[in-house]
Write a protein that binds this ligand. Structure first.
Ligand SMILES: Cc1cc2nc3c(=O)[nH]c(=O)nc-3n(C[C@H](O)[C@H](O)[C@H](O)COP(=O)(O)O)c2cc1C
Length: 218
């Protein structure tokens, strides 16, 4: 009897979940979970869920991100693949509130896009600059982009948020970033990543366009 009642309850629950799942392929935690049910390893489900949950976060509570968390995040960045394994990168992570404020102020006095990044930095709990070493590899921007994506995914998985804001290839933003963070001359900042605890809930975008995937033949 109890088994029967439980079975009815489970069926009703499944029907309810199916009825509230958006039909359009819109991403929600529930339909990401169900979409990847077929990958029966728990680990791959969680990794795919994390990839599909990532979104750019531009508003933060101001709570400081710890040095331990920043170290783990940058470690994830350094796990990225690089051409010929050259690892042509350096990372600057700042979590001192006074320093964050000063950097944000400095960015705010430059060009409009850097000022926009400066406003995000002011609310953030930390900021990471991903820098390339052109003297080590001409692929630096590709390798640093791979590291940046790893960083963004690690941040998402740790319950925080972040956004990739471009420095490279814009002359004005490169200059503003180099000045604000006091970067040495032999590195080029690819991007500035404000990191923190999201102020608002935000859903990830659904970018899946089946027509852009060409199977077997274009
Ligand atoms: C190369 C690159 C440069 C970007 N530059 C900026 C930027 O300067 N400012 C900003 O607010 N977002 C920037 N973004 C974030 C994009 O606007 C964002 O990824 C895109 O709108 C998709 O949204 P999502 O990250 O939430 O999926 C950049 C992203 C990339 C990959």
């Amino acid at each position: 009897m109890n088994i029967k009642v439980s079975a009815i309850f489970v069926c009703a629950l499944c029907a309810f979940v199916a009825s509230v799942t958006p039909a359009s392929g819109q991403l929600t935690k529930e339909n990401v979970q169900s979409e990847f049910k077929k990958y029966n390893s728990m680990q791959s489900k969680q990794i795919l869920e994390n990839i599909f949950s990532r979104k750019s976060v531009r508003h933060f509570t101001g709570k400081v991100v710890s040095k331990d968390d920043l170290t783990m995040v940058v470690k994830a960045g350094m796990a990225a693949p690089t051409g010929k394994n050259m690892q042509p990168w350096e990372f600057l992570a700042v979590n001192d509130p006074e320093r964050i404020f000063a950097i944000a102020e400095s960015m705010g006095k430059t060009n409009p896009m850097s000022a926009r990044t400066g406003a995000m930095i002011k609310e953030a709990g930390a900021v990471i600059v991903v820098c390339g070493r052109p003297d080590v590899s001409h692929n630096w921007m590709l390798d640093c982009a791979a590291a940046t994506e790893n960083i963004l995914l690690a941040i998402e998985s740790m319950g925080m948020g972040a956004v990739w804001t471009a420095a490279w290839p814009y002359e004005d933003r490169l200059a503003a970033t180099t000045e604000a963070f006091g970067l040495p001359e032999d590195v080029v900042p690819l991007c500035v990543i404000p990191v923190g605890y999201p102020k608002y809930e935000k859903a990830p975008m659904d970018k899946w366009k089946p027509e852009k995937l060409h199977f077997d033949k274009w």
